[in-house]
Design a binder for this molecule. Structure first.
Ligand code: SF4
Ligand code: SF4
Length: 464
């Protein structure tokens, strides 16, 4: 059924609004919440207490068969899940230790719906502010076809009952067949397309998550063959990103996020904790290739930022693209951000530093962590993107004179520093415009008319 039919069947606009409002994230409340959250975050940044984040790999079981991932279903590895009661205790400790963000990842986190919903309910009840999880979308397709809309709706309605803030769905390529073949999930793109309007009806705005790989275009992008080949490589990735954004906008996504390639070859990592890290050639890139990919993103993202919310900060890309290495800030992995591994239920500084077992209790880990370490070993976006954003913000707040000095200097010799600050301010403005990427709010331009509409909606249906 076409998505328009679905919405008509769902009921009148008033009914849809009601469902949306009941979903618990009222549009009109956002302005105050965004300002309050931002203030908390700013205070945390100046005092060196950036909001904590724990990425929990609840299981490494998966039903996808992605060649770029060490946890694909065809790979013979030990499959484990962390017991739910252990995770609940961990969530309580996170809240006590002032963590505001928890991500449940996998494997496929939704491989057992009952468990993930129980965890999301629990974390929401405990007051975790930034609650995230995602899927490969397997629940939206069966036997090569989309599942019935009623079935998709049951899942989405249950998800909307939780306090999840951000929900991602992985999309690997701008070409449907390539994506579905890579994932081993035929029919999944049509299934996701059918499900998106239902998500929106229930007040959830999923993000399309692109794990950057050589198949983004549909045909494999070959490795860089010397300096003269750079134009071809840059062009192919630029077109790949263009096509990707166009595809996900066409599918109905209103948010997107880019996951930088995670391969041991990229980072010279000996023992990684996170099973998603792979040696496969489609996610293995040389340093120069990565720089060209980041440069392509720097050019393409601004073109699409007004059409779809793109989390990836330009100021982080700028440093990684090799434009200015002097102001790349150390990662907060192991300091404020941590990773919990499903294999042993232990905490690590991140998914990469598998040789640094930090025990099994986040409370104890926080007391014993080494706050002075400086790590730049990889580009794991979950940790590096916010680290760079907070790092630059912290620098600006602590050294306003140096920033002014950089700006003055820029007009003479080094233009790069001022460009980094300009991009950072543009990122912050954009983040505010996107209500800090609240995945329970629609994306539209903040105009007087829209604000008035929000207030009217809020008045008509007070929060229950
Ligand atoms: S990338 Fe995700 S869906 Fe694919 S095999 Fe890995 S965990 Fe499964
Ligand atoms: S840069 Fe961050 S995510 Fe990467 S290895 Fe270092 S601490 Fe881990």
């Amino acid at each position: 059924m076409h998505r328009g039919n679905r919405l008509t069947k769902q009921g009148s606009l008033a009914e849809i609004r009601k469902t949306y409002l009941q979903a618990g994230r009222l549009v009109g409340r956002g302005g105050t919440i965004v300002r309050k959250n931002l203030l908390t975050e700013v205070i945390g940044t100046v005092t060196g207490r950036e909001p904590g984040q724990l990425v929990i790999q609840i299981t490494n079981k998966c039903n996808g068969d992605c060649p770029q991932c060490g946890m694909r279903t065809s790979k013979k590895i030990k499959r484990t899940s962390i017991p739910t009661e252990t995770l609940k205790k961990q969530i309580e400790q996170c809240v006590k230790s002032n963590f505001s963000a928890i991500s449940f990842t996998g494997g496929e986190p939704f491989i057992d719906h009952k468990i993930i919903f129980e965890l999301l309910d629990y974390a929401g009840k405990e007051g975790v502010r930034y609650l995230r999880s995602g899927t490969n979308g397997f629940m939206f397709a069966r036997n090569g076809k989309p599942v019935p809309l009623e079935e998709a709706e049951l899942f989405i309605r249950r998800l909307a009952e939780t306090k999840i803030r951000n929900f991602w769905i992985s999309i690997d390529s701008s070409d449907t067949k390539t994506h579905e073949t890579m994932r081993g999930l035929p029919g999944v793109i049509a299934g996701i397309e059918n499900a998106l309007p239902i998500f929106h009806t229930y007040g959830i705005y999923p993000a399309a998550n692109l794990g950057i790989n050589r198949n983004i275009l549909g045909t494999t992008i070959l490795p860089l063959n010397g300096t003269e080949d750079e134009g071809r490589f840059f062009e192919e990735f630029s077109v790949g990103f263009h096509n990707f954004f166009q595809k996900v906008i066409h599918m109905g996504f209103t948010m997107a996020n880019l996951c930088y390639p995670m391969s041991r070859n990229n980072e010279n990592i000996n023992e990684s904790a996170y099973g998603a890290i792979s040696d496969d050639s489609i996610v293995s890139f040389s340093r120069r290739e990565l720089m060209l990919i980041f440069q392509a993103l720097l050019e393409i993202i601004p073109i699409y930022r007004e059409r779809i919310r793109i989390f990836t900060p330009l100021s982080a890309l700028y440093g990684m693209a090799g434009k200015d290495s002097s102001l790349v800030f150390p990662c907060l992995g192991g300091i404020r951000y941590f990773y919990m591994n499903s294999l042993d239920g232990h905490i690590y500084p991140c998914g990469f530093r598998g040789e640094e077992d930090l025990g099994c209790e986040i409370g104890t880990t926080m007391k014993q962590r080494n706050r002075t370490q400086k790590c730049f070993r990889c580009h794991w976006e979950c940790f590096m993107d916010p680290s760079q954003l907070f790092g630059i913000g912290n620098y600006i707040l602590r050294h306003p004179l140096k920033v002014i000095f950089h700006k003055r200097k820029a007009s003479a010799a080094s233009k790069s520093d001022s460009e980094l600050f300009r991009l950072w301010f543009a990122d912050i403005k954009y983040y505010l415009h996107c209500h800090l990427f609240d995945g329970r709010r629609p994306f539209y331009k903040v105009t007087a008319v829209n604000l008035k509409k929000e207030r009217m909606l809020q008045k008509a249906e007070p929060e229950t």
